[in-house]
Design a protein around this ligand. Structure first.
Ligand SMILES: Nc1ncnc2c1ncn2[C@@H]1O[C@H](COP(=O)(O)OP(=O)(O)OP(=O)(O)O)[C@@H](O)[C@H]1O
Ligand SMILES: O=C(O)C1=C[C@@H](O)[C@@H](O)[C@H](O)C1
Ligand SMILES: [Mg+2]
Length: 258
């Protein structure tokens, strides 16, 4: 055997060891998830990832390849998140609720922490139609927009493990609720009118609230929508006085115990 072949053989042995250790690591991740589920412990615990990263940095600080090793670990952790998500859910998660309640913020965070794709329904429709939502309403009417929402919900059933931030009106149509439930769990986020006002007051992007940004109007519209939101929900999470990490943890905890 030539020198090069001999070196390559050592490399192959090394790769196989890496595969084997990675498999062990992934099994451990699954074991942790099962243990947390069985014992009702918080599932996401982002602070644990930070501790792990700190420990690793300390461990490799004198290593010649420390930057490369840390880079590889970024991918390892990303994939552990994906395994976590698949251990927890095999379906899609649909976030519904009033304008400004935090659907986009929470779905963005959940999609990062669970390394799962995020779908922003309003944005997908805008991209498909090459038109803003305001323009779609003006040119084709609300019914057309609502049909776009229903068609998108049907399309989303082709994939799993997506975190979907729904348009504020999605739960108003019964067919939409049926479509979401075919391969998904529906999470209703709620907040008081005061909290909603605080969260939307500096933005002009919500046409339904234009010129009516006050708690009286928000309250009125919320009451009209409440029964449909509640009827659609598999779980309800109140977001008042909670940060995004707390909300995400509560969602995952409740979904795990459905
Ligand atoms: N838990 C929270 N605490 C404080 N601020 C929040 C929280 N959740 C969201 N926000 C803020 O409130 C505003 C509205 O949030 P977001 O855009 O996520 O709501 P939304 O439900 O997606 O609204 P829309 O229905 O219009 O799409 C944002 O500025 C966001 O940063
Ligand atoms: O609450 C609603 O009916 C809407 C909310 C937005 O997300 C958009 O989907 C659209 O402006 C309609
Ligand atoms: Mg949003």
């Amino acid at each position: 055997m030539g020198k090069l072949e001999e070196i390559r053989e050592r490399l192959e042995v090394c790769d196989k060891q890496i595969v084997s250790v990675l498999e062990d690591r992934m099994d451990i991740i699954k074991e942790i998830m099962e243990y947390k589920k069985e014992n009702g412990l918080p599932i996401l615990q982002p602070e644990q990832e930070k501790r792990q990263r700190k420990m690793l940095k300390e461990h490799v600080k004198e290593n010649t390849y420390k930057e490369e090793i840390l880079d590889i670990f970024t991918y390892i952790v990303e994939n552990s998140r994906r395994i976590q998500a698949r251990t927890l859910f095999t379906h899609n998660i649909f976030l519904i609720g009033f304008m400004g309640v935090g659907k986009s913020t929470v779905s963005d965070y959940l999609s990062k922490i669970l390394a799962s794709p995020q779908v922003e329904m309003d944005q997908v429709i805008v991209n498909k139609e090459h038109m803003s939502i305001n323009k779609i309403f003006e040119e084709y009417g609300e019914e057309y927009f609502r049909n776009c929402e229903t068609n998108l919900l049907i399309e989303l059933q082709k994939k799993n493990n997506q975190i979907v931030s729904c348009g504020g009106g999605v739960a108003m149509r019964e067919i939409n609720v049926r479509e979401m439930k075919k391969n998904g769990r529906v999470v209703l986020l709620t907040a008081s009118p005061e909290t909603i006002l605080e969260r939307v007051k500096d933005s002009d992007e919500r046409p339904l609230l234009r010129g009516r940004k006050n708690t009286e109007y928000i309250s009125e519209l919320m009451e009209i929508r409440r029964p449909k939101y509640r009827a659609a929900a598999d779980i309800i999470v109140d977001t008042d006085h909670k940060n995004v990490e707390e909300i995400a943890e509560e969602i995952v905890g409740k979904l795990t115990h459905l």
